[in-house]
Design a protein around this ligand. Sequence first.
Ligand code: ATP
Ligand code: MG
Length: 619
Amino acid sequence: MNYSQLFIPTLREIPADAVIASHRLMFRAGLLRKLSNGLFAYLPLGFRSFKKVENIIREEMDAIGALEIKPTVIVPGELWKESGRWDLFGDSLLRLKNRLNNDFVVSPTAEEAFTAIVRDELSSYRQLPLTLYQINTKFRDEIRPRYGVMRGREFVMKDAYSYHADEASLDETYQAMGRAYRRIFKRCGLTVIPVKADSGAMGGSGSEEFMVESEIGDNTLILCKDCDYAANVEKASCAADYALPEPESADSIMSIENAKAAAANTPPYEKIDTPDVKTIDDLCAFLKTEPKNFIKTLIYRAVNVELDLSGAPGCSKLERSKPSKDAPFVYTEAFFAAAIRGDLDINEVKLASLLKAGEVSLTCDADVIRLTNAPVGFAGPIGLTEIPVIIDKSVSAMNDAVTGALEKDLHYRHAAYGRDFTSWMIEDIRTVKAGDRCSLCGGELYIKTGNELGHIFKLGNKYTRSMNVTYLDENGKSQIPVMGCYGVGVDRTLASVIEEHHDEAGIIWPASVAPFHIIIVPIKYAGEVKNSADKLASELTKAGFEVLLDDRDERPGVKFNDADLTGIPWRVVIGEKGIAQKKVEIKHRRDKENRMIDLNKAVIELVKNIRDELDQLKK
Ligand code: ATP
Ligand code: MG
């Protein structure tokens, strides 16, 4: 294809709002333009690469037996009401009405649409397992779209949904998806870090995110220096940093009996005056001790809690809603106390996951006062009976602690777990930090920030149950299938390729996703140079490669700069002097130096190099 026939509006200036390389380069190299905040148009060069990413994803999905379909982007609101997400999804869901006043949503994800399609067709276990996918437009009304297509409002996602008769079958597809995702990113030339991820209200172990390391990434990843442990901080756990007798060290919780024994020499707990002491630091200074000797107790408000709270303290009168007739009850709002060792922090995502809650956040002062009968700053687990108390495992090993006494200006000292208080629930709700120890090997944990490119997820029967999907098993008995979902963002993957492959001068495309494999730059597109350039372009095209021929009447410097900026992997320069000796200059975009080679060897040389790279990426 000739350059002059393409629409490649390269820019010398950097767009003002572009703070990351991919955003800058997609604009400068003429791949992308902005229509509005979070809404972008791919221009011809950008769209060529976009389609290549899409196709790699498609090939890998097809290879594991997933079946592509094309549902609509606009989905009836009714389906979202059935699943309960019409109310729960929040403001990023774009809702529409048609002329008949019917509700619709613009798909931000498509569990409902796929599950409705499957529901209508599924009757027998013989139809399972079934994995369907689409590569289609999504819309999320993101509060702050940023970094170009990394976080847009409209974007394209490959989303797959699988349906199974049992967990074992779900696990098989989940594992196959995990392998397919690794191949997708490898083929795009990306280095991804697969991490264990929070599986939200569904619980269970099945959730993995595929991250690329990025300074602007909004995910914190916890990694081990000595083994391959990797987890999103939302999910990460660490080894206990307190002494526990065997076998309790295995789950890091001291049993009540052992805790009582450990407190044998602790004096009885007693109230102490702590006037004008508000923070843990004040308290440390006042009592001349350290935060690790305190029990920090915070009051949380959780919304849309799916956990059964019927036996929990203070929960008997809670309001329950039911998004659909077969969905489980959901508590609209519930309050909890969460306690942790004073030098640690509570992880709200872990807490939300534990409570199967839509969201968990610190509650307002008025609620703290109402629920603890004390001003803010004096909560503690001893005597707190109005709400369920959840304590972190770390608290189980505290046998001589300071804690709030549920009264103004008063604390308890010598408080011991097991002896003086227990809890409604004891779990790991701690935020892991750099320097904590790996729970697998004891190695040191460290932190990276990352950007999520893909996410695979075991959903259990959340949607199939609420949306009434059933099939008949071998015995003719009605069953609800279990489900998995698997998403990867095409735009974000493309932008991440540029993040990983660029230099000062521009993009350096891996051959697999380059808009063209080769750019031919005639110094002056005329005479013998033009004949040779045309012939070379046609031969390379015949060999199955995509060639861009820079036929513009521009100075060589301009052409070279544009070739560097657009990042086409191989550049062939044809000049009068060289062609007189039947020689051309070739250079990979990555290399500094070019090489003169015989014109009649150019095709073989380029074909071999590009094939080698494509094979390497596929391995
Ligand atoms: P994030 O935490 O970044 O908002 P998410 O966890 O909400 O993402 P998923 O619902 O898991 O995203 O969607 C699957 C994939 O879709 C993501 O891994 C990402 O590649 C892509 N994606 C999600 N939101 C956007 C967006 N606003 N712009 C571009 N791609 C997106
Ligand atoms: Mg996600």
